[in-house]
Each structure stands twice: as C-alpha cells, then as structure tokens.
Design a protein around this ligand. Structure first.
Ligand code: NAD
Ligand code: TYD
Length: 333
C-alpha cells in the first residue's frame, strides 16, 4: 500500500521508512526538516522506486493534501520530541504535536484514507510508581512535550468518535538505536563518553525508563497499523525497565571510560520517576519485541563509534547553543 509517513527524516521515522519499503510498501515521507530532521538518515533509500520525499510542515493543509494523493495509510510520527527543549521553550510543541496533528488528520479524512495511525508516547500517562500502564489508564502528562502529545492523541481519538474515522494510536516507550539525535539520554551519553565529556545525570539517576529498540518499535507501529482495531490504543514497550544510572555505567563500560565522567546535576523540573507499559494488548495481536537490550545497546554504541561523521557535524551551531542553555549552569560546560 502507499503510506504517507510524517517525520521520516527523524530517528524512528527513518527506521520506519526502511521497514515499510522492505515489506513492499510505497512511502511518501513528509518532513519539515527541523533541527532533528536529517536527510542523511534516509540517504540510502533516496533512489528507491517506492520512495518519495516531500519537504513540508504537517500543519500546511495545502501541501499535505497534495501529498495524500493515492495514500491508503497515514502514519504520523512528525513531532517536536524532546522534553528538555519543551521545558526551555514550549511554544513549538503544541503547534506541531496538537495543531499539526489536527490539520493532517482533517486532510486525511477529506482524502478518504483507509486508516490514520498516530505514533504517541508512554509519557502521556505520566509517572507510574508500581505496576505498568494499560491503554485504559487516564492521561496525566507532566511536561509540555507529553501534554502536547496527549493533545494530539485526543484529537485523533475524537475523530473516530465524531466522524467514525478509522484511527489507531500507538504509545511507545523510550526508544534507542542508531541515528537518534544526540540530545536524548543514550546518544548524548554515548557521544559525550566517546569525546571524554561529562555525562550529566539528572538528580540521583534512579529514574526508570522502559527501553525498546527502534526496530521493535517500528514493527509494533506497523503491526498495529495492519492488525489493530479502529479507535483503539496500543502500548508498544520493550519490557526493559532500567534506572538511568545503570544505563550510564553500561555506556561507560562499552566506551572504555570510567565513572569519573559522571556528574549528578540539578534535576529536570517535573521529572517523571518511572515509566512502565503493559503491552498485552498488542502482544495478543501477535507482536512482541525481539531485541535483547544488552546486545542492542552494544550495537548502538558501535554504530556511534563507527559513524562520527553522522554526529560530529550535529554537535555544533544550534546544538551547542542548546547544550549551553540546558547544561551550562549544570556542568559548567
Ligand atoms: P525525532 O525528533 O528524531 O524526529 C522528528 C521528525 O519530525 C524530524 O524529522 C522533524 O524534522 C519532523 N518534524 C517535526 N515537526 C514537523 C512538522 N511540523 N511537520 C513535518 N515534520 C516535522 O523524533 P523521534 O524520536 O524519531 O520520534 C518520532 C515519533 O515517535 C514522535 O511522534 C515521538 O513523539 C514518538 N515517540 C518517540 C519516542 C522516543 O523515545 N524517541 C518514544 C515514544 C514515542
Ligand atoms: P530522555 O532521553 O530525554 O527521554 P524522556 O525524558 O523522554 O524519558 O531522558 C531519559 C531519562 O534520562 C530521563 O529520566 C531523563 C534522564 N536524562 C538525564 O539524566 N540526563 C540527560 O542529560 C538527559 C538528556 C536525560
């Protein structure tokens, strides 16, 4: 089928492009190319017969309508995605994650696409001290990022109720793997460790995230798109619950560095203590995560070690301005 994927030049989006093409689908990748969008992420498929790139904003109704020509499935991954940036400067987040989603949804409905898949996050549920979130749990987002994603989810689910539109929402857990912009925990700490720079651990570092490999996340989204029930939400989690400090020590070991690089710095405001997902619903449809975390992290560190040409140019210009604002006072960077 022909898929309109938004945000396909980002971390998860570019992995989804490769997966969908490998399964014989056609992919129209619509991406605004924000700081996080990188054409190099899809360079290897640029000449593929089934692939087309559209440089546009999901909030631009006219361009979106053109891109929807002949499309059966929309997968909306485009978003402003980083919690710390949303705390420093929230305005861009609802513009893309809520308004952009609503515009894309409206155009998809007009175009009569068969299904709209909204790629969301476990962060919309907030923090869970014990147990694991199920899809029926209430939304209780803590950050401007997660509040914006929750707003997007609600737009999508409301379209199902109001118009009977065929929609599916996936809520993925913290994702890791190659080509992740070096602002999130794992790629930031791996690239800093490779450069011998400090690793800024927020607070006590005992916050827990449930990690999933990017390939398992993409398989989960495609599985929900192909087998999910209209109007339903599906959690997509890896089942690898780990405190940030454990990951930090694993990265130090894999990069041949020692704990002297660790800096316990001022905590993130509103920091969620623990995320965990119950994934029984999507598993009942036949999906399961396959990647072992220890092996996946080792491969990820190897990828960043072998691909300095991918991340070194990123760590300049706008990135350094952001880094100074976010970490300057924390680590004296
Ligand atoms: P990313 O930041 O790496 O990439 C986002 C992409 O969206 C970029 O290519 C960017 O250019 C594009 N984009 C941003 N605003 C746009 C707009 N207005 N119009 C068109 N394109 C736009 O993000 P990611 O980590 O790959 O996340 C992809 C999706 O998965 C997001 O919706 C995110 O909320 C969700 N998600 C991410 C994680 C994670 O751990 N990274 C976990 C769960 C869910
Ligand atoms: P992050 O990768 O930003 O993902 P999210 O906030 O969406 O879960 O952060 C993952 C965890 O790592 C989170 O508990 C915050 C922590 N963290 C640090 O301790 N230091 C950092 O510099 C970053 C970016 C994150």
């Amino acid at each position: 089928m022909r898929i309109l994927l938004t945000g396909g030049c980002g971390f998860i989006g570019s992995a989804f492009v490769r997966l969908a093409l490998s399964r014989g689908h056609e992919v129209v990748n619509l991406d605004k190319l924000t700081y996080a969008g990188n054409p190099a992420n899809v360079a290897e498929v640029a000449g593929h017969d089934g692939y087309r790139f559209v440089h546009a904003d999901i909030a631009d109704a006219e361009r979106v309508a053109e891109a929807l020509d002949g499309v059966e499935l929309v997968v909306n991954m485009a978003a402003e995605t980083h919690v710390d940036r949303s705390i420093l400067d929230p305005a861009a987040f609802p513009m893309t994650d809520v308004v952009g989603t609503a515009v894309l949804l409206g155009e998809a409905r007009k175009a009569g696409v068969r299904r709209f898949v909204q790629v969301s996050t476990d962060e919309v549920y907030g923090s869970v001290p014990h147990g694991a979130f199920r899809e029926t749990d209430p939304l209780d987002p803590s950050s401007p990022y997660s509040a914006s994603k929750a707003g997007g989810d609600l737009q999508v689910l409301a379209c199902h109720r109001t118009y009977g539109m065929d929609v599916v929402v996936t809520r993925g857990s913290n994702t890791y793997g190659p080509r992740q912009y070096p602002e999130k925990l794992i790629p930031l700490f791996v690239t800093n460790a490779l450069e011998g720079l400090p690793l800024p651990v927020y607070g006590d570092g005992m916050q827990i995230r449930d990690w999933i490999h990017v390939d398992d996340h993409c398989e989960g989204v495609l599985h929900a798109a192909e087998h999910g029930v209209a109007g339903e939400v599906y959690n997509v989690g890896g089942g690898n619950e780990l405190p940030n400090l454990d990951i930090t020590h694993a990265i130090l070991g894999l990069t041949g560095r020692d704990a002297s690089l660790i800096r316990h710095v001022e905590d993130r405001p509103g920091h969620d203590r623990r995320y965990a997902l119950d994934t029984a619903k999507l598993r009942s449809l036949g999906w399961e995560p396959r990647r072992d975390f220890t092996e996946g992290l080792r491969e990820t560190v190897e990828w960043y070690t072998a691909n300095r040409a991918w991340w070194e140019p990123i760590k300049s210009g706008e990135y350094l301005a952001y880094y100074r604002e976010q970490y300057g006072a924390r680590v004296g960077a």
